[in-house]
Design a protein around this ligand. Sequence first.
Ligand SMILES: Nc1ncnc2c1ncn2[C@@H]1O[C@H](COP(=O)(O)OP(=O)(O)OP(=O)(O)O)[C@@H](O)[C@H]1O
Ligand code: SF4
Ligand SMILES: [Mg+2]
Length: 355
Amino acid sequence: MSLLELNGVKVHFPVKKGVLFDRTVGHVYAVDGVSLSVEPGRTYGLVGESGCGKTTLGRAILRLVDITDGEVVFDGTDLAKLPDEEMRRYRRRLQMVFQDPLGSLNPRQNIESILTEGMVAHGIGAGQEERREKIRQILARVGLPANALSRYPHEFSGGQRQRIGIARALVLEPDVIICDEPVSALDVSIQAQVINLLEELQESMGLTYVVIAHDLAVVRHISDVVGVMYLGALVEEAPSDLLYTEPRHPYTRALMSAVPVPDPVVEDGRERILLTGDLPSPANPPTGCRFHTRCPWKQDRLCDTDRPELRDLGGGHRVACHWAEEIAEGKIQPTANAAHLVPAPRKEHPAETAD
Ligand SMILES: Nc1ncnc2c1ncn2[C@@H]1O[C@H](COP(=O)(O)OP(=O)(O)OP(=O)(O)O)[C@@H](O)[C@H]1O
Ligand code: SF4
Ligand SMILES: [Mg+2]
C-alpha cells in the first residue's frame, strides 16, 4: 500500500490587483491536478523546468501552502482536510530538506540549538541531556563530528551544511522526507557524497523520499519512480530505468535529448530536440495539451482542444499524450515545426574516412 498518495492536487495562487480593494484578477495555476503515489521505503523523483510547480507540490504535501483542491493521503489520512491542530501532529512525520542549506539555517543559532528546536516543539526527548545524546547519534550518522554541536552554520562547508539540514529532519524521526533540489547548490564532487548519504539513510532507517531536481542524472540515480512535470501537471511517470530508456512523452524526450551521453558513438547518433519558445506562463496556460505550443509532434486534432489524461501504458508507465502510441510506432512524424528537431551532427569517424 502507498504511504503517500496524491489525488488531483491543485494549488492555485490568486493574483491580486488594487491598493484599496484586493481584487483577484486571475490565478497562477502552479499545481493543476497531480495524482501520484509513493510506496514506503521508496524514492519518487520529480523533474521539470524551473517554474513548473515542483516546489509548490512539495510544499502542498506538507501543507505549507493552501491546497485548492484534491487529496494528500498520508498513511491513510487525507492531510488536505485536517484541521490545523491535528495537522501539527502529522507535521513531524513529514519533513523537508531545502536546496539552500545556508539560507534555511538560522546563522545566529548554533547547531545544537537548530536541531533541538524541532525536538522540543514535537516533544521528542525527556530532557536536554536525552536530546543532546540523540543529536550526537544523528550527527554521527550524517558524518558530522560531535563538536559540531557548539558551532554555527557559517563555520561549515556547503556539503556539511546540507548534512546539518538532513540531520535537522532526521532528529524528528520522520517517515517521509521531501528533498527539494538537495544537491543543486553543491559542487559536483560533493553532490555524489550527499546523494550516497541519502541512500544509506534510506536503507538503514526505512525512509521514504520525494526528491525534486531539475538534474535528470541526480533523479535517475536515486529514484525508483520518476515523474516529469510540465506547467503544473505530470506528463509522464515510469520506473526510473524505463523512463530513461523509453521516454514516451514528447516533452520527456526533449528533456532527455538535452543530456549529454558519455559514449561518443551514442552521443553522435541520438536525436536532439530543441524546444523553441519560452515556457508559457502558469497564469495563462495553453488550452488542450499544455505542451502543444512547443511540441514538434503536435496534431491538428485534439492537441490544442482536449487536455490529455495521464494514461496507463502498462508496467507502471503513465503518459499524458493523445498520440503517444502513434509517435512511438513512427506513424506520426514531427510536423511542420520540424525545425524543433535537430538531426544529430554527423561526425566523421576515422574508419569511414581512411582510404
Ligand atoms: N506564493 C506564491 N504566490 C504566487 N505564485 C507563486 C507562489 N509560489 C510559487 N508561485 C508560482 O508558481 C509557479 C511554480 O513555482 P515553483 O516554485 O513551484 O516552481 P519550481 O518547479 O519549484 O521551480 P524551480 O525549479 O525554479 O525551483 C511559478 O510560476 C511561481 O512563480
Ligand atoms: S498531446 Fe499533442 S501536443 Fe501534447 S504532447 Fe502529445 S502530440 Fe504533443
Ligand atoms: Mg523549486
